[in-house]
Design a protein around this ligand. Structure first.
Ligand code: 5AD
Length: 345
């Protein structure tokens, strides 16, 4: 039996076999076979419903210096900002009015937001929006901090593992960032009852098919509720300025593979995918994705949250453009729903 049929039958493969499967990502017929299966699984568990998340990028200060990231600590060209509690709450208010029932608080690892400040912020949002999910995406902390946030009312946590290969992780991050701590964080979050999102960049510098095969097996082991993947896109103020971006094609292929591997997972069609291709997110929805995360941040700060070059952030992908978003989603036979959008169990 060929590798594609084996994958469709077993829904998993060994690391070596995943490499063989990924080698076929250039084959249009293989891509189409996996895409159809992924779409069928997505329809089976989620119908044609697409969940929306209001993304609030509330600080671009970061104590880390990830080599690929535009807002890394040592980039002097970033205009740093932090939103006040009032500004964050007003993003939520606007989002709620537009139909958002999940707020994603995303930021750099900003020491200003101590456990106390975060907890207070979460408490206020929880109190004002008891019917909404609160998702955090603020990087690595200790388990005790995660516990406090959970008790304050946070439901979900996004922390991409970035790569499941320790040596590759080392090459993307400076000394002081630690692969095993990051992985430990993900298991801690699970244990604390968060719905957890892991994920990685597609086509990051030095990434080999073997690394992606490991990513897939890691995801299978972790069993996260969410998986965020998007193409790597160079940022001009990083050492990877001249590197090639990850491909849309490979990202779509991986979305389908991940949907087949974890049929019930929540899978966003990411902003990075929409940046690389004007209809990248629509293509993502047709490849097995079922979540879109429009930007709810204040307009004045959006261009300063620049993880990579040309990040789309002022036009139709803004949370405010919900009408055009609906049309885009409907153009591929799906429907935007106003719902917390928890993962099906
Ligand atoms: N290209 C694409 N994605 C990036 N991220 C950070 N920098 C880049 C880049 N240059 C992703 C990382 C991080 C998430 C918030 O954004 O995977 O976890």
């Amino acid at each position: 039996m060929d590798i594609v049929s084996r994958f469709l039958k077993e829904r998993t493969l060994s690391e070596e076999e995943f490499v063989l499967l990924l080698q076929q990502s250039g084959d249009a017929a293989v891509r189409e076979t996996l895409r159809r299966e992924a779409l069928a699984l997505c329809r089976n568990y989620y119908g044609n419903q697409v969940y929306i998340r209001g993304l609030i990028e509330f600080t671009n200060y970061c104590k880390n210096n990830c080599y690929y990231c535009g807002i890394r600590r040592d980039n002097p060209h970033v205009r740093r900002y932090r939103l006040s509690t009032e500004e964050i709450l007003s993003c939520c208010r606007e989002g709620y009015g537009l139909g958002y029932r999940t707020f994603v608080l995303q930021g750099g690892e900003d020491p200003y937001f101590t456990d106390e400040r975060m907890t207070e912020l979460i408490r206020q949002i929880r109190e004002e929006y008891p019917d909404c999910a609160i998702t955090l995406s603020i990087g690595e902390r200790e388990k005790d901090s995660y516990r406090k946030f959970r008790e304050a009312g946070a439901d979900r946590y996004l922390l991409r593992h970035e790569t499941a290969d320790a040596a590759h992780y080392r090459s993307l991050h400076p000394e002081g960032m630690n692969f095993s701590h990051r992985i430990q964080c993900l298991y801690d979050l699970k244990e604390l009852g968060y719905q957890v999102g892991a994920g990685f960049m597609v086509g990051s510098p030095g990434q080999k098919l073997e690394h992606m095969a490991k990513d897939l097996l890691f995801l299978q082991k972790l069993q996260p509720e969410m998986v965020g993947i998007g193409p790597f896109i160079p940022h001009h103020d990083t050492r990877y300025a001249k590197e090639q971006a990850g491909s849309v094609e490979m990202t779509l292929f991986l979305l389908s593979v991940i949907r087949i591997l974890l049929p019930k997972v929540l899978l966003p069609a990411t902003t990075a995918l929409g940046t690389m291709d004007p209809v990248g997110r629509e293509k993502g929805l047709l490849a097995g994705a079922n979540v879109i995360m429009p930007n709810l941040s204040p307009e004045k700060n959006r261009k300063d949250y620049s993880l990579y070059d040309n990040k789309i952030c002022t036009g139709e992908e803004a949370a405010q453009s919900i009408a055009s978003l609906r049309k885009r989603v409907e153009s591929v036979g799906c429907q935007v729903v106003t719902d917390r959008g928890d993962a099906v169990r």
